[in-house]
Design a protein around this ligand. Structure first.
Ligand SMILES: [Zn+2]
Length: 129
């Protein structure tokens, strides 16, 4: 059976992008050193703050209208305060829910495309010409 997952679909399931089976995380955001199913080395990639940036930016775009609509609504001050607490709770929960998926997707994409740090050295020409 050769059902190789795409890095993004495997990332949404928080699974290894190579085999699609092994779990990427041993904690909430703590990565396994290698895939428990196929043994793929996970230490070669580092997503740094990329997932936090994308999740924070996406959730901000999604929830920003409420930051204007709630204060302008005809609700009483107490209900406005309650609604803003609700908006804050939704923002927090959305970020916490999306962060592992974003990290898994970025990690799988880095490993899939063999991304590495930029360097000033010329790439090795493997064709020999
Ligand atoms: Zn694997």
């Amino acid at each position: 059976m050769d059902n190789k997952p795409t890095p993004i679909l495997a990332g949404l399931r928080q699974r290894c992008g190579t085999c699609g089976e092994g779990k990427l995380f041993k904690g909430y955001l703590k990565l396994n050193d290698s895939c428990p199913h196929c043994g793929r080395d996970m230490t070669a990639a580092d997503t740094a703050d990329g997932p936090a940036f994308f999740v924070g930016f996406g959730v901000l775009i999604l929830m920003a209208p409420f930051l204007f609509l709630v204060p302008m609504s005809p609700l009483s001050l107490g209900l406005k305060a309650l609604a803003m607490v609700g908006v804050g709770a939704v923002v927090t929960l959305l970020c916490l829910w999306l962060l592992p998926m974003a990290k898994a997707i970025l990690l799988n994409l880095q490993l899939h495309h063999k991304a590495e740090e930029a360097s000033f050295e010329k790439p090795v020409n493997k064709s020999g010409s």
